[in-house]
Design a protein around this ligand. Structure first.
Ligand code: IMP
Ligand code: MG
Length: 175
């Protein structure tokens, strides 16, 4: 039997809230009159997008895509999968992709490339966290929350095998 994983608090709910407010201020400034399309990457971004969107006091639309480079566990498979689903017309829209974390960058690079081919008016990425040491492909994070160490983190939408998404703080999972 492997021992129960331990959770060590890394980012408090207050720090998350301050970061969401800072990002919302930047996004309000840039998108107020653009009726942007926010695209949340499921499932990890659901809580961040819900909090962020409540601070955006102008017309916008919200969609989700399910895409990931992770299987179960904590290591990237390297392969990016996207569940086929209907997205509205991207052409001519101001698109903002909303992520929980950028790790290797493979997921974001894949999605930005996919969306970029559909000729949006603009295309940017917002991520709550950035595991910068692990990057394998270059991605430009237009709205970047907090840098995090090269550890597996859970909480505030982030999971390990579908657990811990509901935690209001972010923790390092010590295994
Ligand atoms: P990337 O393609 O390697 O950048 O991985 C991005 C996706 O992997 C994120 O959207 C998360 O869903 C997942 N991921 C990466 N690092 C972590 C972590 O530390 N905790 C939970 N999920 C993670
Ligand atoms: Mg994700």
């Amino acid at each position: 039997m492997s021992p129960e994983p331990e959770l060590r608090k890394l980012i408090t709910g207050e720090q998350i809230a301050a970061t969401v407010s800072r990002l919302a201020t930047e996004i309000r400034r840039d998108y107020r009159d653009k009726n942007p399309l926010l695209i949340g990457v499921l499932k990890g971004s659901f809580m961040f997008l819900a909090d962020l969107a409540r601070q955006l006091d102008f017309p916008l639309e919200i969609e989700f895509v399910q895409i990931s480079s992770y299987g179960g566990g904590t290591e990237s498979s390297g392969a990016v999968k996207m569940a086929p689903g209907a997205l509205p017309k991207i052409k001519g829209r101001h698109v903002l992709v909303v992520e929980d974390i950028i790790d290797t960058g493979l997921t974001a690079a894949f999605l930005l490339d996919y969306l970029g081919r559909k000729k949006p008016a603009s295309l940017k990425l917002c991520s709550l966290t950035d595991k910068v040491e692990r990057r394998r492909v270059l991605v430009n994070i237009g709205y970047r929350g907090l840098a995090v160490p090269d550890k597996f983190i859970v909480g505030y939408g982030l999971d390990c095998d579908e657990k811990y998404r509901n935690l209001p703080d972010i923790y390092v999972l010590e295994q």
